[in-house]
Ligand binder design. Structure first.
Ligand SMILES: [Zn+2]
Length: 544
């Protein structure tokens, strides 16, 4: 019956600027304000917030912890600012790891080569004798050297795969850039398997990184049932520092055969009975990404007339798969970037409701880069959770060089309609898509509010009508994600009776200029009263 009282700071249940207290017993919030203060003499632990702020812990509505954790194990090309720098990094890593049969690294910045096209020959120059595969930051694209292409048997004679693109030279031979899972898997299926223990350790590191950012729940948005082992191992050994909910990926070409496997995998997770691991969701990649021209658009891309991109699902099979997945009690999580993909996703959710009848489903459409104005009002009507990655809503290099030239002016302003959907009463949840973009909610908060680059450009915000205020942005990272997780009765706000999922920040975000939010420090994180992060060991020792 441990009683902890947090005091001498602001908290999210009180108005900004009001110093107050909060009491926790056995993982639950039991008192707020004066009632909590009165419990100080009886407390087993007193946590002096030092003028900081206590809020509900953040959630991440869409991320890839396993991919992110594994990035630590290969060449670290993320910070490289040129093709030469990436190649040099690979050369160094290869020299330091002469026994690695394959060199697998992540993630490179696609804007560093014209049109995002990377040549196998550039990697061959430093590693001619072993396969090298680097993932792009979008995780929909890889850059492979000639040894990797050869290991996978990809030549000029290889037909185009279903649901993927082999970028080719004029003579038909593969350039070295492979787009979307259908092409990426041609190579990755030949890479040596990574041991479960190595992947479980990666999950431990990844969730520790989330805990250090104040996050206690993460939607793992892409899990193959064959990869369940590392998750069970990590949860069973107590390695997870944030809760994970798994989304199994439905494959457009073999989804009917996957259904029994999804249910069996969910059953194995249930049997483990860990509060840190759930598996209630199925993921659909409705389309790809705009930068590769693989997002499905209603009208052609501006730079490739006649080309409307690549929908991975036709409407009929997407509807049928969504209905069957829903019938088995899974939540839908649909990746939709282009406006045609968004419409397909909305249509599928409508079909599920029409066929399977009313239920508390909380279907998620993730990313929502371009939404046709005619579809905006359907989100509230269908009860869709709109999941955005707010860091994407800024005019950075990716947007300026690879996105805007493809979309043209009109569609450029239809991107990430966060403000419009919140004003329409839609539940919005935020996420990072880490390692695609930075995992820290404070960075995402700042961008959602300003819609400008870290340099403050443009000054009034990009598509400023879609800017939101700090209260709505915090809500999307807390209560919005909790609703997505079917946990809003238990988390996402500070109230008596709710789980003590808490984040201790160095300052109250509600009183700050949004541009300074990324400077706020996460001093502590608690998951149902258990501390999962302490900024400094000294703080931990003083307060627990
Ligand atoms: Zn993702």
């Amino acid at each position: 019956m441990t009683l902890t009282v947090f005091h001498s700071g602001t908290h999210a249940a009180a108005p900004a600027g009001v110093t107050s207290a909060l009491a926790v017993r056995d993982g639950r919030i039991i008192a707020l304000g004066d009632d909590a203060h009165a419990l100080c003499p009886a407390a087993d632990q007193l946590v002096d917030l030092g003028g900081g702020h206590l809020g509900p812990a953040f959630g991440d509505g869409h991320a890839h912890p396993l991919f992110g954790g594994l990035e630590d194990d290969g060449p670290q090309v993320r910070a490289c600012r040129s093709v030469e720098a990436i190649v040099a990094c690979v050369r160094e890593w290869a020299a330091a790891h002469p026994d690695a049969a394959w060199i697998i690294g992540a993630s490179y910045d696609s804007t560093l080569a014209a049109d995002g096209l990377f040549d196998a020959a550039w990697l061959d120059a430093v590693v001619p004798d072993r396969p090298v595969v680097l993932r792009a930051m979008d995780y929909h694209t890889v850059w492979a050297n000639s040894a990797a292409l050869a290991a996978a048997g990809i030549t000029a004679a290889t037909p185009e795969p279903a649901l993927g693109r082999i970028v080719r030279r004029a003579d038909g031979s593969p350039l070295g850039t492979l787009q979307e899972p259908g092409a990426v898997d041609l190579v990755m299926d030949h890479a040596p398997a990574i041991a479960d223990a190595v992947r479980a350790a990666a999950l431990g590191r990844a969730t520790a990184r989330f805990a250090a950012a104040g996050v206690t729940w993460v939607q793992d948005a892409w899990v193959e049932t064959a990869d369940l082992g590392p998750y069970l191992l990590a949860a069973g050994r107590g390695l997870l520092n944030a809760r994970l909910n798994l989304a199994f990926r439905a494959d457009p070409l073999r989804w009917r055969g996957q259904l029994a496997g999804f249910a069996a995998a969910r059953e194995r997770v249930r049997e483990l009975d860990s509060p840190m691991l759930g598996a209630r969701t199925v993921k659909f990649f409705v389309d790809g990404v705009i930068e590769s021209g693989t997002a499905a658009m209603l009208e052609p891309y501006c730079d490739t007339p006649g080309d409307t991109g690549l929908a991975n699902w036709d409407a009929e099979s997407l509807n049928a798969a969504a209905i069957e997945v829903d019938r088995r009690g899974f939540q839908l999580h649909l990746h939709a970037i282009g406006d045609r993909a968004v419409r397909l996703a909305l249509d599928a959710i409508a079909a599920v409701q029409a066929v399977n009848g009313p239920a508390d489903r909380r279907p998620v459409i993730a990313h929502l880069q371009v939404v046709n104005p005619a579809d905006l009002e359907r989100f509230a009507a269908l009860g869709v959770i709109a999941n955005f990655e707010p860091l994407w809503a800024q005019p950075d290099d990716l947007m300026n060089h690879l996105t805007l030239p493809r979309l043209g002016k009109l569609r450029a302003h239809q991107q990430y309609p966060i403000g419009t959907l919140i004003r329409a009463g839609v539940t919005v949840s935020f996420g990072s898509d880490w390692p695609v973009t930075h995992h820290h909610p404070l960075n995402g908060l700042a961008t959602a509010i300003t819609r400008s680059t870290p340099d403050g450009l443009p000054s009034g915000g990009w598509v400023p009508a879609e800017r939101i205020d700090v209260a709505d942005a915090l809500h999307a990272y807390t209560a919005g994600v909790a609703a997505q997780a079917f946990a809003d009765h238990d988390r996402g706000t500070l109230a008596v009776g709710l789980a003590a999922d808490l984040v201790w920040l160095s300052a109250d975000p509600r009183g700050l200029d949004a541009r300074s939010l990324p400077d706020v420090r996460v001093l502590g994180t608690w998951l149902e009263g258990r501390r999962t992060h302490a900024a400094e060991p000294a703080l931990l020792a003083a307060t627990t």
